[in-house]
Design a protein around this ligand. Sequence first.
Ligand code: NAD
Ligand code: WQD
Length: 337
Amino acid sequence: MSILLTGGAGYIGSHTCVELLNAGYDVVVVDNYVNSQPEALRRVETITGKKVTAYEADVCDKAAMDAIFAKEKIEAVIHFAGLKAVGESVAEPLMYYRNNLDSTLTLVETMVKYGCKRIVFSSSATVYGAPDFSPVPETARLGCSNPYGWTKYMIEQILRDWAAAQKDVSVVLLRYFNPVGAHPSGLIGENPNGRPNNLMPNVLNAASGKVKELKVFGGDYDTPDGTCVRDYIHVVDLAKGHVCALKYAAEHTGSEAINLGTGVGYSVLDIINSFERSTGVKVPYVITERRPGDVPSYYANPEKAAKLLNWHTEKTLDDMCRDSWAFKSKNPNGYEA
Ligand code: NAD
Ligand code: WQD
């Protein structure tokens, strides 16, 4: 029996492949490589010394998904596949709704056909919109501010409704906070296409001299140092959370939404300081105007993950920065030679 990882060649998927293989699971990946490269999976095999079975296909493609389920014995699915750029989702909302919703419906219909009843879904803290308070519990009011976020909100609802209708189904909705970092080997990491939007890839570009300086969006927020505060989580801790979620899904039916965060908020300046301290490399930066739509501060309440999944984060902010830099230094052009 194998675990199917949709979008398993991507940033979080590839790190989860490593943790699953290390935990003794067999892994099958389906990815159309719209935002990833097959090389990531070859490196997963190098790290683990184990084999990844990979299919190049679009999860929206019913015939392709049917063929994969017919060939492989899939005991559970982790559904990472999706488009994830917030700004692009505002410019191209239909593309986001089509890809993220259609892939989920096709996947779940195929699971139903083949009697596969367990799914762990990559949701996001973005479903909380602008939270009223932190730490944010899973019971907080939901509401999104962009089409990407609404796709996560809608997919959560689709999966919850499925679990409500079919009593032997198990759904775990993992709400990630801000994933950063890379595998300590420096072999796999985040490899964004085009100009990155997220903080850590921009820190890396400034540190490596690829851009002149990091733009810090806003220095006048009502936060301890005036810059925005987020809950950054090491991608290896996050990946281990998926192994725990799979175990939970094997023992429980119904649906649960669970935060994956550290419970600690750090500011943009904290990240810069930690990066410089842990790598010895300077991050040139300039404080500019606020980025429209940014929430000043939020971080997770991770108690539910501790209680239900017996999962805790282990890595520090310095680990996140050091490991991000190791991947960037070893792979200045990402997975391209
Ligand atoms: P990623 O882009 O690196 O990985 C997504 C993978 O899905 C890519 O390999 C891409 O090629 C693949 N994919 C997309 N659409 C597909 C389709 N129709 N068929 C087959 N493959 C498809 O992103 P990531 O950072 O690894 O994120 C994984 C998941 O976690 C996404 O669903 C994302 O929305 C969610 N998430 C990410 C973050 C984050 O900050 N990275 C935060 C919260 C939630
Ligand atoms: C973090 C902080 C920026 C870039 C996004 C999505 C969210 C989730 C995670 C998927 C903010 C500041 C950033 C830069 C900066 N993804 N910043 N200079 O906005 O918290 O969340 O990614 O689900 O849905 O919205 O993450 O990394 O973009 O920003 O100063 O060049 O860094 O203002 O305070 P964000 P981020």
